[in-house]
Design a protein around this ligand. Sequence first.
Ligand SMILES: [Zn+2]
Length: 469
Amino acid sequence: MPPPPPSTLIRRACAIATCDDRRTRLRGASILVTGNRIVAIGDESTFTVPAGTRIIDASRCVALPGFVNTHHHMYQTLTRALPAVQSAKLFDWLVTLYEVWREITPEAVYTGALVGLGELLLTGCTTTTDHHYLFPAQTSGDLIDEEFRAAERLGIRFHPTRGSMSRGRSHGGLPPDDVVQTPDTILRDSARVIDQHHDATPFSMRRVALAPCSPFSVTSDLMRETARLARDRRVRLHTHLAETADEDAYCLEVYGKRPVALMEELGWIGDDVWFAHCVFLNEEEIRLFARTRTAVAHCPSSNMRLASGIAPVPALLREGAPVGLAVDGSASNDSSNMLAELRQALLLHRVLGGAAAITVDDVLWMATRGGAAALGRDEIGSLAPGKAADIALFNVDRIGFAGAVHDPIAALVLCGDSQIAETVLCNGQVVVEAGRLVFEEEARIVEQANTCARQLVERATARTGISFL
Ligand SMILES: [Zn+2]
């Protein structure tokens, strides 16, 4: 265990969006952190500041709760902007990319996680999940452990999922047979990953969830068994759902029902479940999600990039369903920039629903409280005494925000300069300082990632004869 972080005083932030229940906003207020928690927020003259407290001058910064990213596939950072799939839609995109992803190694998973987690931290995100579902037969080693290693190195709060695929091409699935596993192997390893890595205590930095890849890559039996195991071990459940029109058609043809109805039949609806995408929901399904507190990870950039469609987010919010925001895998975004995702969500829903369809406050809420709800955490996502000291400071004293003095919080979403945070605290520890990662050299990550990315494609080309370029 690292030593407990010292006290930190974030002094006189130009604006603070607390994202508490009353959505309080403050001007010129300070935040006192002791250990890994916020102990006071407001007028500094009312605080008892311990000797030796580290002072961070926030007078040029907006302070926000660290964002919560609710869906990702970090290994995909190594296949960003790959020419062969720049204009493909989801199913074609997957079939091509599986040939490259088959080549991943533990080192590639570690490197991809450093890239994804690093970019998230730099853009104000302090808690993220990852959906890792690819376990090539020739790859030995614990790939989830590689991800935890990267998260621990960078200092981010991490909720990865032990994903799975059991239906290869020979059984009507999309992935090649040698990247899928048997249900026995999947369930045994899922239990092992929970036992080894899951920490259920409050303020935990490590949580695990279980996440079959999608209704078309595993069997119904495995969906049911996974839910049983997750509930037995009290961990959460996650999968992709209702992402594309193709998936809708597939579920209707194979199961005779829509994706949500299928999930309901399999025991996959409830307040311990969050689904990525949910583009194709009808009114009844939206009400079901709100009633059962089933959460959605909304991925606007990915849905636009793959032309999947527009999720009914304003309706979900109106009905009171929990909705978090997510960057999704880096091959379908192709970015892990969390602040950019807020802006994307705002603009997307206005195109469809009009200027009043969604507000800056709505997207800020989704990226903080909505995400915390999706991951089942109440100690993150807001700034208040007793909450986790997960805090992002963005310097708005820059040309990209100049003139936006009247509402610097909204400016973060509506303007958008470089979108790199000035300072980020996670669990009380400074993990981004002066716009740079504290615990890893950015240039080293870039070099390592580019080498891995080249090797993946070279090996895939040597095996298949396809250029991918
Ligand atoms: Zn995804």
